[in-house]
Ligand binder design. Sequence first.
Ligand code: ARG
Ligand code: ASP
Length: 712
Amino acid sequence: MKILKAFLFFFVIQLQAQQGGMWIPSLLQGMNEKEMKNLGMKMSVKDIYDVNQSSLKDAVPHFNGGCTSEVISSKGLILTNHHCGFDAIQNHSTVEHDYLTNGFWAYKMDEELPNENLVVTFIVRIEDVTTKVLEGTSNLTSEAEKQKKIQDNISALSVSLPKEAWQENKIRTFFEGNQYMLFITETFNDVRLVGAPPSSIGKFGNDTDNWVWPRHTGDFSLFRIYADKNNHPASYSKDNIPYTPKHFLPISLDGVAEDDFTMVFGYPGKTNEYLPAVAIAQIANELNPAKIEIRDHALKVADGFMRKDNAIKIQYASKYASIANYWKKWIGETQGLKKSDAVTIKKNQEIAFQEKVLKAGKQAEYGHLLSDFEKDYTEIAPYALARDYFTEVALRNTELLSVGFKLYQLEQVYNSKGDQAFTDRKNNLIAGLADFYKDFNPTVDEKVFEQLIDLYATKVPKEFLPTNLSNINATHLATEIYSQSKLVDYKSLKELLSGDSKTVLTHLNEDKGFLLIKGMSDKFLKEVAPKYEEINLRITALQRTYMKAQLELNKDTRIFPDANSTLRVTYGKIKGYAPKDATLYTPITYLDGVMEKYIPSDYEFDVPTKLIDLYKTKNYGVYGENGKMPVCFIATNHTTGGNSGSPAIDAKGNLIGLNFDRVWEGTMSDIYYDPSICRNIMVDARYILFIIDKFAGAKNIIDELKLVHPKK
Ligand code: ARG
Ligand code: ASP
């Protein structure tokens, strides 16, 4: 009996230890399927992914390249996060029709709003093409040649492998170049906005609650895919009809309870789960702190203006949210890496790795890897830091400099490709910048510039600074540039770019703003980037071999490939967690919690009057549970950026929630996943239905859905 208990205990620990991972849906048969069933799954993995019959994967399109969505009706209705639909909602918003503040609902199909440049992509099938991609590379010795041959093979295969005319072949690498998979995809570009709650629901808690549990955000929005008469992708047309999906998700009205099986199906963007300890230390101690400091400053400035001026708030809402999002993530990640002592854990794993290498007699092949990592990461450190400063200050957070950089590239096009290429690029640029200037406010940007350029001038290693940034007075420089540069508004920019190439280039090189970014870019592109690339190429090659070694030496355990924006399955259970001593978080939040957080007319924690009324009268319809309205829940699914909008699916394939975030203590999961503390956050499907039905009165939408009772 004792032995049996000990065995069971060991077994449970094993299972828990194995939790985590983002798996390729076409390869779940075997150990994953077994584990999923142990966790409570009642489907077969063929219900999740199948080539010959419709399966869950047919209901899960990539949403505009960065998020996930799921089809929830036979008429192409899709659900994604509010923060994923945010740009579309913002684009349709004006001070008069402020859909961000008030929400938007189409009560008839012809009220749905078309969106330029919004696409969703379905996966038709997945195939392993490793052998084909690596053909002819085994006798190439130089890394650069090898990579070139691989790229050539990929380009050729993308054209030659069979597909329908309206489909695309995309080849992606897994395990850092150790495996290649082909995705045959279909991309739809007539995607219309159907509904979005007010931000006081869809973004409730805003940046204060972002990355945090307990959470109370109704982070969803609705769109519809339109297709041509043959149900194939087509550009926007009045004649397009709602898309008929191969599969759509029924929605469960039965909710979730602790320990229920859940699975999240979506497109995680990028993780780095197999970094050596030295790389993690660099992220936690050097790179993250630098990036956090830059964004601290940029965000404070924007926040000051947005609180005072509603027009600025609309202009900057989306940009602010996206800058704040990763700023906060890096803070949580850094703390989490330190608290979980990820560096020491990795170091111990590395000692074990060395022993395995020795035992397997693979010293010559793999024995040098860790010391090479050590050497290369030390060498890359100053370049990596300078690169982050350039990216964050010039390309990401100071808008005038980021436009200036595009003009700098324009000049490079002239130098390398001549007059015609210059004119083509120039015209594209002018057209493309119209949208940018719509949301640009030079007064805000000047203050951001003043702060960030000062950081740049003081923190970037001296040898990487251009002469026009030595001994600056940031305030003077800001005044000078923003009063004189033609980059501060669209009209003067168009003037600056008018005339033949010679004239334009002469004028550009008289502009103070242009000259500054030119100095910065020259320095960066000549003295930082090449060296960075050179070392980084070595690191990439090391990482590939390191990955290969781990796959080879750990044949008895399953290893999942890092996220790469391809479709993945992650699974687990609904579970609370203990974030710190004497604190235990339960896994479900309720509308009561929204009311506890309510701060009248606060921009983060206001609650719409209608919602307060529904709460007071407990008017929850079929969506409530024991007189309470569930709002969000957490589980042990291993997710990352890009999983937003992913369906949370129950044991039988029904939708139970919508993934949108992770908990604060677990934000380091992109680098180190700790199953005891990493949780993903989902909004309960019943809260979504309740908002659509009781709050918005959009019965038309409810009528399209298939609502089910899988637990009864
Ligand atoms: N942290 C979530 C994710 O990475 C939600 C971000 C949107 N919300 C926000 N307040 N910025 O996408
Ligand atoms: N909020 C993220 C997203 O937008 C999800 C995450 O990072 O957990 O994809």
